[in-house]
Design a protein around this ligand. Structure first.
Ligand code: FES
Length: 147
């Protein structure tokens, strides 16, 4: 069901952890499965992503896609990181089962949320970047939305 690359990144996830004083931190959640993803970016003065780490309360596919996504954005410029879509991540992993596609979206959204946080802190605008809809702020994390 899963490609060898997915299994490899699930069993040996790259870039797990956190970055102190990160340039940008993004936390997103998927309302349906309840999984949460947090990405930390260390971006230098030239706008190059020097380091990236992730933490997740997510399924195996979320772990694998985040691991691959962090590998794909590391060393890239902010604009290049914007090209790392969930589709690009899935291709790099040799595909995901259809029911797991949303997990790869969580990785993309978390990167966008971290870039958004970075842009807010720097007071800059990143072309093509919109405020992530599923953004979760630290202080809101414990509160569940009521329907
Ligand atoms: Fe929720 Fe995979 S099932 S992220």
């Amino acid at each position: 069901m899963y490609s060898e690359k997915v299994m490899d990144h699930f069993e040996h996830p790259r870039n797990v952890g956190e970055i102190e004083n990160a340039s940008g931190v993004g936390t997103v959640g998927n309302a349906k499965c309840g999984d949460i993803m947090r990405i930390f970016l260390d971006i230098d003065d030239d706008g190059i992503i020097r380091d990236v780490k992730f933490k997740t309360f997510g399924c195996g596919a979320a772990v694998a896609t985040s691991s691959m996504a962090t590998e794909l954005v590391k060393g890239k410029t902010v604009q290049e990181a914007m090209q790392v879509t969930n589709k690009a991540v899935m291709e790099a992993l040799d595909g995901l089962p259809p029911v797991k596609v949303h997990c790869s979206l969580l990785a993309e959204e978390a990167i966008h949320a971290a870039l958004w946080d970075y842009a807010q802190k720097k007071g800059i605008v990143i072309e093509g970047l919109e405020k992530p809809k599923s953004d979760i702020h630290e202080d809101e994390e414990q509160e569940e939305e009521e329907y």
